[in-house]
Design a protein around this ligand. Structure first.
Ligand code: SER
Length: 325
């Protein structure tokens, strides 16, 4: 199996690439991105919005599976809606066409809680709720989910997707989303002892820690085709408010202080569920998250303190990246 990863230098891609290197061997995994960077590896330049370039890359490297992570997230997407539409829609369509044309064995691509809008229930929200997002990012993710269903139904493509909540990690920087406050708070606490939070204290959302994100991708991609009853599953770890994060950080970083200065991202998170139902993923392929806010908090602070003290907690080298999931 030869694996292409798009958006390999982003928040999820950075860690998924290292994980897939370990799992399948470096010679079988091809990280790509339009930006330089990568923590512990060098990615090839590939613009996923160019179908010709994608096809050429697939032929050259005999690609059989794609993890398509390249995307413009919700916050950056509202600053540049046309760019978000172009990157997210063209990228997804090209990957799906490649799956059909080259009979790829399997494709993974993340979806998001951003598919929900204000009409969906906000507690324990199931997959099949009303999907009327108001952000360009959410609109492209609903469209992508529908395209996954279409390519599976019409062409038999084995396309699989997870609706992630806010993703938290200490390696790569978050990628311009509206849930970035839950990562920034840990980084700023360790660096400066203070955080100015861009959402209100009572803003409550679902989250997942990166080891659970990687485990859920493996779990879905390893599941026998026959066990799947849908193309896109909700997955979640725990739900917490910005105030809950602040209290957790205060207990770990003495003297930590926080102020709340909501910006345009407040209106985005106000549309999203406070918690989502991941029952179908549990039932169909045995999904279960390991981390809650307490275990995540300890791990985040420990690794960030170690790296700010000059250590290298990842065993990797290289800088951080700024955009894309
Ligand atoms: N973390 C993402 C965002 O905030 C949600 O998918 O855009």
């Amino acid at each position: 199996m030869n694996i292409l990863i798009s958006g390999a230098n982003g928040q999820i891609g950075t860690e998924l690439t290292m994980h897939l290197f370990q799992r399948y061997g470096k010679d079988s995994v091809f990280p790509t991105d339009v930006r330089e960077g990568g923590d512990g590896f060098v990615s090839d330049y590939l613009d996923i919005t160019s179908r010709d370039a994608l096809y050429e890359y697939i032929r050259t490297h005999n690609i059989t599976r794609i993890y398509h992570l390249a995307a413009i997230l919700s916050g950056n997407g509202e600053k540049n809606p046309l760019t978000a539409y172009h990157v997210n829609m063209e990228g997804t369509l090209n990957v799906l066409e490649a799956c059909r044309e080259f009979s790829l064995e399997r494709v993974f691509s993340p979806s998001s809680i951003a598919v929900y809008g204000g009409d969906a229930p906000r507690q324990n929200t199931p997959e099949d709720s009303i999907l009327k997002p108001e952000t360009m990012y959410g609109i492209t993710k609903v469209s992508s989910e529908l395209l996954f269903d279409y390519y599976h139904r019409r062409y038999g493509c084995d396309v699989r997707s997870l609706r992630f909540p806010g993703v938290i990690s200490y390696k790569a920087e978050p990628g311009g989303g509206s849930t970035d406050f839950a990562v920034d708070i840990f980084r700023q606490a360790v660096d400066q002892g203070h955080y100015s939070c861009f959402v209100r204290e009572d803003s409550r959302l679902p989250f997942m820690y990166m080891p659970d994100v990687i485990a859920s991708i493996d779990g879905l991609m390893d599941a026998p085709q026959g066990s799947l009853r849908r193309r896109t599953y909700n997955v979640t770890g725990f739900s917490a408010s910005a105030g809950d994060f602040a209290r957790e950080v205060s207990s770990l970083v003495p003297g930590f202080s926080i102020e709340y200065a909501p910006d345009f991202r407040q209106a985005i998170v106000d549309q999203w569920p406070e918690s989502i139902d991941d029952g179908p993923a549990r039932n169909d392929w045995g999904w279960k998250a390991e981390y809650d806010l307490t275990s995540l908090g300890k791990d985040m602070i420990q690794h960030l303190k170690s790296s700010s003290a000059g250590g290298n907690p990842n065993g990797n080298s290289g800088g951080h990246v700024k955009e894309a999931s």
